[in-house]
Design a protein around this ligand. Structure first.
Ligand code: NOJ
Length: 564
């Protein structure tokens, strides 16, 4: 049987920002149910819903305090059952986001660990003795967290111990060496599979195992005495056996497991996880294609230093392509942890052209595409003018302290965050031009992007036959047809004119041959075309500028062609 996800079109929902159904300013499960018909019309049939379990919201629900219940902000357990039922009626499958690398510090396991360091639950966490130096108690080593702090926090109820947290101190890391802890997670997964969930996105899965020596990182520590060195807690070999056990004891073969594997995972290592029939995970997400414009950590850069490196993008997609022979592959431009792709690689000046171009480029490349909610209407980065608008989670609050301590003024921080902060991809979905973009009648938990009044909303785009939304729907209908699906999944992919610095072009040879040609620049460029054109399938401009085997490509112009 062919894996069902090979023919799926995925869609990422950040639930707090999708649709509020009960008027509290927070998106919820009821809101997702309201919009299932919209999603089906669009052609989406696989939802990845970011966390919905009980949480104190230090990290938008990635800090779970109870895995067995839906957080009241998002609704009830019954709402989840209803969502699954209604989605399945429409042929839409649902993935939940499962965070197993850490819990919230308010999870009962951690509460018990704090109350009694000898409890079973204390063994669910990574607790180590600190080091004494000059009469001062220091953390066990110099590891820094992803959230701009030491990775260690004093363990309450002890004189000399610390717990590890590779993200916020409010998110203690779990101890996967402990079989009892692992069993707890297998039980949680089984519970949701029995409820009808079709799979899980496994959050931060590359950090489940840490360097067992817990020795200092060799990287130079900052003046606070710590340094972020992901190699100390990423992609260690033990993870493979943990995930095999998860597949064996937690979920069956038909359950889709999408693993979030951070930065440094290499395609060869990824194959161990996702080889069809042998690997425990089905789709391995990597971040290689996300920041290919220099925006990551770009606080010291000028605006004109941010420029898409098209050759590096081609390289990064192609270095993963060989895996497609033996593994199923996911494809995406961005998720809730990145800026909006339209602002990264496209342009708000050419919103329609660039949104269509980016989607076409991704859709016919290889693997299962995931749309980040709102990309189908051309949502872009925020234009917030106040630092406070960004302070919605620990990551930003900690990062603000760090940046100010390093001497950056607020204007510089604002410019950087508007370019690179993850809130950019978390603003409320823009449904119409009414109050709060039709997302909620109440004040939304985070500011809506004002451009919903300038036509960037579902309702107005539905009414415009040339809108981004209608283009997405039309493009998806091709991608899902048996012929195109077969060409994309099984045809041979080749990049054309690899060294072209501005154009991303590729060919797929299958039962017929298709070619995608995309201009990634906000200006006109030329592209030599030595093929025989049979048909234009998709195009984001009127009129074809082709003469003497050269395409003149207007800003962000893109074609999907059939060639002979
Ligand atoms: C990855 C998630 O996508 C991100 O949003 C979160 O902050 C970290 N994992 C920690 O769970």
């Amino acid at each position: 049987m062919e894996a069902w996800w090979r023919n799926s079109i995925g869609y990422i929902i950040y639930p707090a920002s999708f649709k509020d159904s009960n008027g509290d300013g927070y998106g919820d499960l009821g809101g997702i149910v309201e919009k299932l018909d919209y999603l089906r019309e669009l052609g989406v049939d696989l939802l990845w819903i970011c966390p919905i379990f009980k949480t104190p919201m230090h990290d938008s629900g990635y800090d779970v305090s109870d895995y067995y219940h839906v957080d009241p902000r998002f609704g009830t357990d019954e709402d989840l059952s209803k969502l699954l039922h209604e989605a399945h009626l429409r042929g839409i499958r649902v993935l939940l986001d499962l965070t197993m690398n850490h819990t919230s510090d308010l999870h009962p396991w951690f509460m018990k660990a704090k109350a009694d360091i000898n409890s079973k639950e204390a063994g669910y966490y990574i607790i180590k003795k600190g080091r004494w130096a000059d009469g001062k108690l220091l953390p066990p080593n110099n590891w820094g967290s992803f959230f701009s702090t030491s990775a260690w926090e004093r363990m309450p109820g002890t004189d000399d111990s610390f717990y590890l947290h590779v993200f916020s101190p409010a998110m203690p890391d779990t101890n996967w060496e402990n079989p009892e802890l692992r069993n707890e997670y297998f039980k949680i997964a089984r519970h949701y599979v029995e409820m009808g969930v079709d799979g899980f996105r496994l959050d931060a899965i590359s950090h489940l195992a840490k360097d067992p020596s817990y020795a200092d990182s060799p990287l130079p520590a900052g003046k606070e005495g710590y340094v972020l060195d992901p190699d100390r807690f990423s992609n260690r070999p033990e993870i493979l056996s943990y995930l095999r056990e998860f597949r064996e004891k937690g979920v069956d073969e038909n359950t889709l497991l999408v693993g979030e594997f951070g930065g440094s995972l290499q395609p060869g290592e990824a194959r161990l996880y996702s080889d069809r029939g042998r690997g425990p995970v089905n789709l391995v997400f990597n971040f290689d294609t996300v920041w290919n414009n220099g925006a990551y950590g770009s606080i010291d850069k000028r605006d004109d230093e941010i420029r898409t490196d098209v050759i590096s993008l081609k390289n990064n997609f192609m270095r993963w392509y060989p895996n497609a022979a033996t593994s199923d592959m996911p494809l995406y431009w961005c998720n809730h942890d990145h800026p909006r792709v339209l602002s990264q690689y496209g342009s708000v000046e050419y919103r329609s052209e660039s949104a269509k171009m980016l989607f076409t480029t991704l859709l016919f490349l290889y693997g299962t595409p995931f749309i980040h909610y709102g990309d189908e209407i051309g949502m872009s980065n925020v234009t917030y003018s106040k630092i406070e608008d960004f302070l919605f989670d620990d990551a930003n609050r900690d990062s603000l302290k760090e940046l100010r301590a390093a001497g950056y003024d607020d204007e510089t921080i604002l410019r950087f965050w508007r370019r690179a902060n993850r809130i950019n991809a978390r603003t409320p979905m823009q449904w119409n031009r009414h109050e709060n973009a039709g997302f909620s009648h109440a004040k939304p938990w985070v500011k809506v992007n004002d451009n919903y009044r300038e036509g960037v909303n579902v309702q107005e785009e539905m009414e415009d036959p040339y809108s981004i939304l209608n283009y997405f729907q039309y493009a998806i209908s091709f991608r899902k047809s048996a012929t195109y699906n077969d060409i994309v999944n099984n045809g041979r992919l080749e990049i054309v004119d690899y060294n072209h610095p501005d154009v991303f072009a590729y060919l797929h040879r299958g039962s017929s041959t298709i070619m995608c040609i995309s201009n990634f620049r906000p200006y006109q460029v030329y592209f030599t075309f030595n093929y025989e054109l049979a048909d234009i399938v998709l195009h984001n401009y009127d009129g074809v500028l082709l003469s003497n085997h050269v395409f003149t490509l207007r800003p962000f112009e893109c074609y999907l062609l059939k060639i002979r």
